[in-house]
Write a new protein. Structure first.
Ligand SMILES: NC(=O)c1ccc[n+]([C@@H]2O[C@H](COP(=O)([O-])OP(=O)(O)OC[C@H]3O[C@@H](n4cnc5c(N)ncnc54)[C@H](OP(=O)(O)O)[C@@H]3O)[C@@H](O)[C@H]2O)c1
Length: 325
């Protein structure tokens, strides 16, 4: 059901103001009109994978999915951190069904090996949240020679989605990319040089924004590809949430905005809600924040043209050794 006009206008104004919509003010107001919470136990016994689950939003999601009854696959690249999260969530919630998963999502060989292993253990997947994120100040490359942010945010998750597609199909699954409002500051890059950020001086924050833009465009492209089927693919952004990622990568931002930042649960809310409720998403783009679809570009920006998106998906497919139909 659509919210009344006045509510939609107010919600949109919060969104454009950034500070109000993205901070803890946003959910404090919006929860008065946003859609209902998922039903308790609605994911009972269903398998959900959360990547980047050893910190911040991902760690919050582990608890939130466990509260809905899901079997949560807690995926991180550091086994000690994965074990710590599982231990702490179990201590607080002894009935939680948690599975420790170790994979560096930026390493395409590791992603292939992990997906093959998961496919032996799990027949049907209800949720796959691509939450792992990095913001690096210097350009670095992965074992396969890809820019690290691109590999972690785009290539690894894309390959994971391809390799787990039949499991997602069997589970009426939802795939969610955790993007960022920072994507609004970057257009879609579509040459190999630009996609890999080889073309000039490297700026970490801008590199991050570019790959967050790519996540939104890739989720949209996946949606076009799978339209009419059982698998949903969405992207969302969490607003500005107090997490180790923000404290460590953006200390200046944290210092200024600290008191206004929302908590990790509130930043994770839309991703969990998307998987748990599978809201109607028949629109032309699939980018969510605080339980509502949001524009993927602001009115003054040009939307990426279909040819650029085609070049981009072709590059992603080639880099991951997959085919884009
Ligand atoms: N917090 C915000 O306000 C905000 C705003 C916009 C977007 N986001 C997005 O939300 C997501 C979560 O952010 P956060 O703030 O919770 O960050 P965080 O506290 O830094 O957590 C990031 C998680 O990703 C994991 N990770 C990084 N590289 C990985 C890799 N190669 N393989 C597997 N896991 C990897 C990290 O593991 P390690 O502990 O091993 O490093 C950590 O568990 C990110 O995608 C971020 O871009 C957050």
């Amino acid at each position: 059901m659509r919210a009344p006009l006045l509510t939609r206008v107010l919600d949109g104004a919060l969104d454009r103001s950034l500070v109000l919509g993205y901070t803890k003010v946003g959910p404090a107001l919006r929860r008065r009109w946003w859609p209902a919470d998922p039903e308790p136990g609605c994911l009972a016994g269903e398998h959900v994978v959360v990547t980047g689950a050893t910190s911040g939003l991902g760690e919050a999601m582990v608890t939130m999915f466990a509260e809905l009854g899901a079997v949560v696959h807690v995926l991180g690249r550091n086994p000690d951190k994965v074990a710590r999260v599982v231990r702490e969530v179990r201590a607080a919630r002894p009935t939680a069904e948690l599975v420790e998963e170790v994979c560096d999502v930026g390493d395409l060989d590791a992603v292939r090996a992990w997906c093959a292993d998961l496919a032996v253990r799990v027949d049907a997947l209800r949720g796959l949240v691509h939450n792992a994120g990095v913001l690096e100040q210097e350009r670095s490359e992965t074992a396969q020679g890809h820019e690290t942010g691109l590999a972690v945010h785009v290539l690894g998750p894309h390959l994971m989605t391809e390799l787990l597609l039949d499991r997602l199909d069997a589970g009426r699954g939802s795939v969610v990319w955790m993007s960022s409002g920072g994507a609004y500051s970057a257009g879609l890059r579509s040459t190999a040089e630009e996609i890999e950020y080889c073309e000039g001086p490297y700026h970490g924050t801008y590199a991050y924004a570019r790959t967050k833009r790519m996540q939104i465009e890739l989720a949209d492209a996946w949606n076009d590809r799978l339209r009419g089927g059982d698998v949903r693919v969405e992207s969302c952004h969490p607003g500005w949430a107090a997490t180790p990622g923000v404290t460590d990568s953006l200390p200046g931002f944290d210092k200024v905005m600290g008191p206004l930042l929302r908590d990790a649960r509130s930043g994770a809310d839309t991703a969990v809600w998307l998987v748990a409720t599978r809201p109607d998403s028949t629109g032309t783009h699939h980018f969510w924040h605080d339980r509502a679809p949001r524009p993927t570009t602001y009115p003054v920006q040009r939307r990426p043209d279909p040819a650029a998106r085609r070049r981009f998906t072709t590059y992603v497919a080639a880099a991951t050794g997959t085919t884009w139909p």
